[in-house]
Write a protein that binds this ligand. Structure first.
Ligand SMILES: *[C@@H]1O[C@H](CO)[C@@H](O)[C@H](O)[C@H]1NC(C)=O
Ligand SMILES: *[C@@H]1O[C@H](CO)[C@@H](O)[C@H](O)[C@H]1NC(C)=O
Ligand SMILES: *[C@@H]1O[C@H](CO)[C@@H](O)[C@H](O)[C@H]1NC(C)=O
Ligand SMILES: *[C@@H]1O[C@H](CO)[C@@H](O)[C@H](O)[C@H]1NC(C)=O
Ligand SMILES: *[C@@H]1O[C@H](CO)[C@@H](O)[C@H](O)[C@H]1NC(C)=O
Ligand SMILES: *[C@@H]1O[C@H](CO)[C@@H](O)[C@H](O)[C@H]1NC(C)=O
Length: 424
């Protein structure tokens, strides 16, 4: 029996439905929106047809290869700003309304036509576009992998959904399921999902990460320095000049709030809002860098613990792949069973930061198992696994590669705050 696992992680959103009609007017700074950018910026062919897939990107080494298992880690869809962001947006809006002067059309437009429609209770919830993101992704993945994501497999309970408890993630999961049930017209059956924060919000459970990074204001000292530095100051001054207000009114938080307004108006409503006119491309690049800097130190390579804290998810991922591989291999190599039982393969690996990561296990016959990673529906190579004569590496090679790199990953040890020396 095969199991297919779908997971929804929490940290970001890159997916968004776009009405092709409204799509021609894209803000010049849209490519600097970081985690608040549209999924279509990554796959522009979706602008024409949101359900289109390109099956020729999947190229197993031989016609014999059959996909036997698939795990996808998917971030939530487009969401509203958080309460904190909305409060700051309110502040910059008040400044533009009450303190700014000038005759620019975009300025008049903000002052007389645009209304502050974001309310604090929206607090990071999934928007309708975010619902569509997941419905459409579900349909595209079922077109890409029709033997794994099929009505039969769904009805048979072979597709598992796991989500974190964050409301936007739960709703993303519901939307993904709705995409499938609607596609197949299923009305007589419901499909469960499980909420598992230990797995999907592993970073919250990692004490060392929380205390040393997440909850530690000095951990982002580089970000603070950049925000006080000359590049950022120049952006603030240029905004103040455009609004004809004193420099002191435009703090780095105000600049960020205005940038967010441009980004959210585009992601949620697909409009090139007048807020975008407060920035030129150089400003956009500075704002993007400030954001990248934050992610680098808070989620990525900045601190060792950031990636190590994900070992619980990495473990889970490979044990599911192993299980699927075993189910194929055991009938062929049943005599090996005893010699392999003692083997422990457990690794940790920081998953790339992007909208969706799909791992597809192929059985190419005769014990030839291959693992294909897809990032945002496009094949990629495993980072560091450079021996890529074959675009689709052997599953065993992937395991060997990460076994060496991350031997001995143990969530408890990695995440405990103080290393206790052995007691005598
Ligand atoms: C589909 O992908 C293949 C291989 O990457 C590429 O050559 C081709 O142009 C793509 N087709 C479309 C319609 O995008
Ligand atoms: C901005 O406008 C508000 C409301 O009109 C006013 O109270 C405040 O003094 C102004 N600030 C500056 C620096 O002009
Ligand atoms: C999730 O969906 C439910 C109903 O489907 C809705 O009532 C709720 O407000 C949504 N929550 C968020 C955070 O979007
Ligand atoms: C907070 O981060 C700084 C910079 O990395 C580090 O020196 C300090 O020990 C951290 N504080 C705690 C409580 O971990
Ligand atoms: C984070 O820090 C605040 C004080 O700055 C403290 O009240 C809170 O308990 C801390 N949270 C965790 C999980 O350590
Ligand atoms: C896969 O099989 C090997 C023995 O062949 C065993 O050691 C391992 O625990 C199995 N893994 C899973 C996830 O079932």
């Amino acid at each position: 029996m095969l199991t297919f696992l779908w997971k929804f992680t929490v940290t970001c959103c890159l997916l968004n439905y776009v009405n092709p009609e409204d799509n021609r007017d894209i803000p010049a700074i849209a490519k600097y929106f970081n985690t608040k950018g549209r999924y279509e910026e990554v796959n522009p062919y979706l602008i024409e047809d949101i359900l289109s897939v390109n099956k020729s990107v999947l190229q197993p080494p031989s016609a014999q290869c059959q996909e036997i298992h698939l795990t996808a880690i998917i971030r939530h869809g487009t969401r509203y700003p958080t309460t904190k962001n909305i409060k700051e947006m309110q502040q910059i809006y008040n400044i533009v309304r009450h303190n700014a002067s000038g005759e620019q059309r975009w300025l008049r437009e903000i002052q007389t036509q645009w209304t502050m429609w974001y309310t604090e209770d929206m607090d990071g919830r999934l928007v309708q576009k975010g619902v569509n993101d997941h419905k459409h992704l579900a349909v595209r993945l079922s077109k890409l992998f029709p033997s794994l994501i099929s009505e039969e497999k769904l009805r048979g309970g072979f597709i598992k959904f796991i989500t974190s408890s964050k409301h936007r993630c739960v709703n993303s999961t519901l939307s993904f399921k709705a995409g499938l049930t609607k596609l197949w017209g299923i009305t007589d059956q419901e499909f469960d999902h499980t909420v598992n924060d230990a797995l999907m919000r592993f970073f919250d459970k990692c004490t060392k990460f929380v205390e040393e990074v997440e909850n530690n204001s000095s951990a982002l000292v580089e970000v603070d320095k950049f925000k006080q530095g000359p590049e950022m100051r120049r952006v603030q001054e240029k905004i103040a000049d455009r609004l004809r207000v004193p420099y002191s009114l435009i703090t780095d938080d105000m600049a960020e709030a205005a940038f967010y307004l441009c980004a959210y108006e585009f992601a949620i409503n697909t409009v090139n809002s007048p807020w975008c006119r407060l920035f030129d491309e150089v400003d956009g690049q500075v704002m993007e860098y400030a954001n990248d800097l934050k992610h680098y130190w808070k989620r990525a390579y900045g601190y060792d613990i950031n990636s190590k804290s994900s070992c619980i998810l990495f473990h889970d991922l490979f044990s599911r792949l192993d299980k699927a591989a075993n189910e194929t291999v055991i009938p062929l190599t049943s005599t090996n069973y005893a010699s392999q039982t003692g083997r422990s393969f457990r690794t940790s690996y920081m998953l790339p930061y992007a909208a969706n990561l799909v791992l597809v296990l192929y059985d190419c016959g005769g014990g030839d198992l291959r693992l294909q990673p897809l990032l945002n529906e496009k094949p990629v190579a495993f980072p560091g696994l450079t021996d890529q004569k074959d675009p689709m590496p052997l599953y065993q090679d992937v395991k060997d590669h990460y076994r060496e790199l991350l031997r001995g990953c143990d969530f408890e040890t990695v995440c405990q705050l103080f290393k206790h020396t052995a007691e005598v």
